[in-house]
Design a protein around this ligand. Structure first.
Ligand code: C2O
Length: 350
């Protein structure tokens, strides 16, 4: 059976917190109603098709607008499920497994299995819709941190600028050398102190992208991660897909401050989404899903237990809704597409 929406009424303490972290709560506000199933259909996401562009190519106007959206989100009262704090807590809740799966005493973990891609797609979808609503602009879209491209390997400038209005997008808990404008993100598993010269790192990035998207990711199991079904524990019974390991995990650690408790913010589940850069990182990963699908012979899961897996999110009207993994497959139905950019790594020969 599929992993159904978690039991939101019973919230536990987060699992796997670093021992130096004493108390941390990330339970969502409990609605007084039964969350209804939300299914995307043409037009349901607003008539506009939103275009997610590479962060390093956006205009200053776009960056200022993104900053305004996050200011508005941060100004919402903390108990509003659309507030930045609550948005960040969603990640902790699903990733430090505070809820039990419905009908099981097993915790709900959205990583390390086939739930990884659909969970994060839905998470970003609602996050983006909330930002758009706060701006009063139905066409507003996130941008993606295009680190698989040689021109996009540093943290996009507006996420590290200390000046108004962009500073709302910066974050004190990042690795200082990696915030520098000429830093080269490492998508593979090499982390400081084993940094490579830029040219060598770019080559390694291309090779890694080729491996995780093509050579080592030919089946749904390899790319999406292994099945997790009702009552199973993702950590025990299944495994992460190629992209979840790299670039996903490594970019998290590349950004986070490794001398902080737990490798905050980006380097650990419970605080990762406190960094606004999290959402640009995950837009890139979401885009990699779209790209993987365009490669011949790459087929998505059709297993009913995948299609019917469920998550709960608050939408842009602060209503909690239930969504299905299978409904995440088509971004056009969700109202957005990715701008095309060149992908030289497709020709890499690792
Ligand atoms: Cu839910 Cu980047 O992790």
């Amino acid at each position: 059976a599929a992993v159904l929406a978690p039991n939101i009424n019973a919230c536990n303490a987060p699992l796997n917190l670093p021992s130096a972290e004493k108390v941390f709560h990330c339970c969502a506000p409990v609605p007084s109603y039964e969350p209804q199933l939300f299914r995307p259909s043409a037009g349901s996401a607003g008539a506009a098709v939103r275009i997610r562009r590479p962060s390093h190519l956006v205009t200053e106007d776009y960056a200022a607008k993104l900053a305004r959206a996050y200011s508005l989100m941060k100004e919402l009262p903390a108990e509003d499920p659309r507030s930045f704090t609550q948005q960040a807590n969603v990640h902790c809740a699903y990733c430090n497994a505070v809820y039990n799966q419905s009908g099981s005493s097993q915790r709900f973990q959205a990583h390390l299995s086939w739930l990884f891609f659909p969970f994060h797609r839905w998470y970003l979808y609602f996050h983006e819709r909330i930002l758009a609503k706060l701006l009063g602009d139905d066409t507003f879209a996130l941008s993606f941190w295009n680190y698989d491209h040689h021109n996009g390997t540093s943290i996009p400038w507006f996420y590290s600028s200390t000046s108004y209005p962009y500073s709302i997008l910066s974050n004190a808990n990042r690795d200082a050398p990696h915030v520098l404008p000429n830093a080269t993100a490492a998508v593979d598993l090499v982390v400081a102190p084993y940094e490579r010269p830029r040219d060598a790192q770019l080559k390694e990035n291309d090779n890694t992208m080729y491996r995780v998207m093509i050579r080592d990711a030919q089946t749904p199991e390899e790319f999406f991660g292994w099945p997790v079904r009702q009552g199973e524990d993702a950590k025990t019974y299944s495994g992460a897909g190629t992209v979840e390991l790299n670039p996903h995990n490594n970019i998290h650690r590349w950004v986070g401050n490794k001398s902080s408790v737990g490798w905050k913010d980006m380097g650990t589940f419970y605080t990762a989404a406190n960094d606004p850069l999290f959402y640009a990182h995950h837009a890139e990963l979401d885009r990699l899903w779209e790209i993987w699908k365009t490669i011949p012979e790459h087929l998505e899961y059709e297993d009913e237990d995948y299609l019917n897996a469920e998550f709960l999110f608050y939408n842009e009207d602060a209503e909690m809704v239930r969504v299905k993994a299978g409904d995440a497959s088509n971004t056009t139905l969700l109202g957005y597409v990715y701008e095309d950019v060149a992908m030289p790594w497709m020709e890499a020969t690792p």
